[in-house]
Design a protein around this ligand. Sequence first.
Ligand code: GAP
Length: 420
Amino acid sequence: MKRKFEMDEIVRYCNQYGFIFQGSELYGGLANTWDYGPLGTRLKNNIKDAWRYYFIQSRENSYELDSDILMNPTVWEASGHLAGFTDPLLDCKGCNTRHRADNLLNEYNSSMNADFMSQEEMMIYIREHKVPCPKCGKSNFTDIRQFNLMFATQRGVTQDSSNTIYLRPENAQGEYVNYLNVLRTMRAKLPFSIGQIGKAFRNEITPGNFTFRTIEFEQMEFQTFCKQGIDSETYEFYKNYGIRFFEYLGLSQENLRFHNHEKLAHYAKEACDIEYLFPFGWGEINGTHNRTDFDLTRHQQYSGKPMDYYDEITGKKYIPYIIESTYGLDRIFLALLFENLHEEEIAENDTRIVLNIAPKLAPIKANILPLIKKKHSNQATEIYHILQKMMMVSYDESGSIGKRYRRGDAIGIPLCNYNR
Ligand code: GAP
């Protein structure tokens, strides 16, 4: 008998085995921040390596970038984030809790979709239907205000708005503002891609579900620059490529689905998410967008620098279209734990935890366990030192052999796990 883990068990497991700890735990924590421990860091790095292999190394004309988190603030004007990267918020005057108006309505009436309502329509609906606060039950809200999700900080010594800069809310803009640099230095020809792994920050008003929605997270973003006309087929290709990538990581097909967007972002011609079936429901782990020539056209306008591509075959210049496929690293990490972590009953009243993760992702690849310490430890240490040059290995000579095997099973070590 195998039993999957629930969310609270995953959180405990991560803490117990050194995958994820509460951020700033020593000082009582900081809500919705998480620190990856030694095994979590290994697993995260292995997911990144798998992504690098799948998106950079094994593809033609695909280049990796590592751009700065802090960017010239005009980038965020050009991208539309300063004006439009907002959530509609309102406060309950009864208990001082803050809510997203669209979430409030969707939860109040599950048959409606507030995503399609304007700010005014939401306010009228809340007042007319006396929608209650989920915390105190009163219906006494402030007006809706648009709340920008970007974290602002100050550059330099004076507290002056001209020094305000932002922690990036997405990786993508770093790839767009370096498009000409990559084109020039890699002598790239369309279609080509720029990928980047890095942190993004969002002042989310409703974070939660462990690492699913946090204020600091990591994205693996992949932008393909192509000619208008092949944009839709490129978009279809990367939607499907995403499913193949998830299968390559070991997520099963029945837990994955596409969710096509009906309401499109201002820059998108077509958009789709890949969702994973978490214990709390379907949740987005990837998004693919046809962003048209919106971003490069805006950067051309705001920077004054031409962004067009010279097509040697046709002799014409044009601004490429961008197909973006972006992956949430922390969410994929969580999905992999839900997919692969089980409690198994091996005899009456005897269970063991097994992390049945793909060997390429396993934090530790081999477990060296001398059966009898006095007798085998010299030879075992020798083997450990040989293997250590090639892979992550662990050495454990303390406690009963059964307990040592169990720990290896629990953290997904593929070599030396008995019963594998
Ligand atoms: N450049 C496009 C972009 O950023 P997004 O759908 O807002 O698109 C991409 O984010 C991915 O980043 C999502 O599919 C999700 O996996 C992850 N993500 C977004 N917000 C997140 C958050 N608050 N916490 C953890 N992961 C998040």
